[in-house]
Design a protein around this ligand. Structure first.
Ligand SMILES: Cc1cc2nc3c(=O)[nH]c(=O)nc-3n(C[C@H](O)[C@H](O)[C@H](O)COP(=O)(O)OP(=O)(O)OC[C@H]3O[C@@H](n4cnc5c(N)ncnc54)[C@H](O)[C@@H]3O)c2cc1C
Length: 469
């Protein structure tokens, strides 16, 4: 090979150093795709702002879905790979500037998710008692940044809750609010979460959809589960299920809509039962404003009709639904990381379609994106696998054609962070947290109890280090 003065291509003794920002499913699948191939030697640093890996698998998927949450066991296998280094407790963009990170590696894959909630943009939305699903989910899954005081104040004394939105997250929230203490008991929720939920005297949860049942995006599996609650009765207004011929024909062509309608029609004969929580699924209802002065007291809704394009059109008929808790579940949004181009409308990183980050319209050497921050906040865990593979294929193609090269020697990221007084959490440290959560769970007869404070997570690491592990 002619020596053109350029750095050499990656080799076993000088692998391509890749930082993956975000150890959620997309980041872990990206690390997996990078280390599963043998064409380009790599070394991966999987950086997360939390001391724990798994992103929304830990802090999104509902704790009463243990089988779903068990995906973490599969994801863990990729963390164990010798070429992958988990570097938790390091926030990129604040604690570690993007340029600084990039100076330590040859390429960066952004997989930091989409954690902001969308707003309804209606009056009263900021009243106490009005929460974003992101707030409630963060709290019930024990996210260290959850705003305990606000959420617990909103939940205190709740009898009637309204959940705005008809996606799977809205159903998660409705279901968790309607669960009994006995149903919550075996979960990995922190103890204070179980106690607060068990103490809330919830009598009714209304899940509100702007459009009709044929347009709801929840999946039938999640929907059916509402019918299996120990002390809940699902109620659906039969009038909401009378569809015109065109809507009926369109729904018949959509498997999910057909199954949802069948389940909802089964339930439409239900009557409220004394002593059981009423779980109402209410369609064609657009929230117009939240009522109340020092706390939410109700939601004013406008009855809608759905037009030929599937849009909700107001009918001018208004009604007030009494509520002392309102949870909006109308979608997530990506946050811009300082120094990274993000499309403000979609909340996604600007990229070329397969994951190469674009700056000023051109691919930026050594920058890639995958997961929710690449394609927006939709899709289940498995969707991120294909997505991450697509991004990694672009990265490997760039390495193969020389667009992406190993730069000269650079300082090791972890050593730099430690020298600055940061406390990066590595794989063994995470194992100590994992063991501490299992021990805490075992002390209460559960498989695990989530440690919900950053300090207790780090204390588990320090204690294990002090014991010499
Ligand atoms: C409430 C909820 C419930 C869900 N339930 C299910 C379900 O039951 N089944 C299912 O298959 N899918 C479910 N999903 C979808 C699934 O969680 C997503 O598809 C998946 O988590 C997206 O992966 P991601 O890696 O792109 O993002 P995330 O999972 O959000 O991971 C992003 C990671 O980046 C980290 N991060 C963020 N900012 C920074 C930063 N500045 N520096 C360093 N790290 C950072 C975060 O801490 C996080 O670990 C659910 C989603 C939500 C919101």
């Amino acid at each position: 090979m002619v020596d053109d003065g350029a750095p050499p291509p990656p080799a076993d003794d000088h692998p391509l150093r890749v930082a993956v920002v975000g150890a959620g499913p997309a980041g872990i699948y990206a690390a997996d795709a990078l280390t599963r191939q043998s064409e380009v030697p790599v070394a991966v640093d999987l950086v997360d702002r939390l001391p724990t890996p798994f992103g929304l698998v830990r802090h999104g998927i509902a704790p009463d879905h243990p089988k779903m949450r068990a995906i973490r066991d599969t994801l863990h296998r990729s963390l164990d790979h010798p070429l992958v280094r988990f570097v938790g407790n390091v926030e990129v963009g604040t604690e570690l500037a993007l340029d600084d990170l990039r100076a330590h590696v040859d390429a960066v894959v952004y997989t930091y998710g989409a954690a902001l909630d969308r707003h309804l943009g209606i009056e009263g939305e900021d009243l106490p008692g009005s929460l974003a699903a992101t707030d409630l989910v963060a709290w019930y899954t024990g996210h260290p940044d959850a705003d305990r005081a606000t959420v617990e104040a909103a939940l205190s004394g709740v009898r009637r809750a309204v959940v705005i939105g008809v996606g799977n997250v809205a159903l998660d929230v409705g279901r968790i609010l309607a669960r009994t203490a006995e149903e919550l008991e075996p979960t990995d929720m922190p103890q204070h979460v179980i106690d607060v939920l068990a103490a809330a005297p919830v009598e009714e949860v209304t899940v509100l959809g702007r459009r009709g049942p044929a347009q709801a995006t929840f999946t039938t599996q999640e929907l059916r589960e509402l019918g299996e609650l120990a002390a809940g009765t699902v109620l659906v207004d039969p009038g909401d299920l009378e569809l015109d011929d065109e809507t009926e024909a369109r729904a018949a062509a959509d498997r999910n809509a057909t199954r949802n309608l069948a389940v909802l029609r089964d339930w439409s004969a239900h009557e409220p039962e004394p002593g059981r929580t009423r779980l109402r699924l209410r369609f064609y209802s657009r929230p117009v404003r939240l009522l109340g002065t020092d706390r939410v007291t109700g939601v004013e809704v406008e009855r809608t009709a759905v037009d030929g394009d599937g849009r909700a059109i107001g009918t001018g008929e208004f009604e007030v639904l009494p509520a002392d808790l309102v949870v909006r579940s109308v979608g997530y949004l990506g946050t811009p990381l300082p120094g990274l181009p993000v499309d403000q409308r979609t909340g996604t990183v600007t990229h070329d379609g397969v994951g190469r980050v674009l700056r000023d319209g051109a691919p930026s050497a050594g920058e890639y994106a995958a997961g929710w921050i690449k394609r927006g906040p939709t899709g289940v865990v498995g969707h991120n696998k294909h997505d991450a593979r697509e991004t990694v294929a672009a990265l490997l193609a760039d390495a193969a054609d020389g667009t992406l090269r190993v730069r000269g020697p650079v300082d090791d990221l972890v050593r730099t962070l430690q020298a600055r007084g940061a406390e990066p959490v590595l794989l063994d440290d995470w194992r100590a947290i994992d063991a501490a959560e299992q021990a805490l769970g075992a002390s209460r007869g559960r498989a695990r109890t989530t440690l919900h404070e950053r300090e207790s997570l780090l204390a588990a690491v320090r204690e294990a280090a002090a014991r010499g592990r």
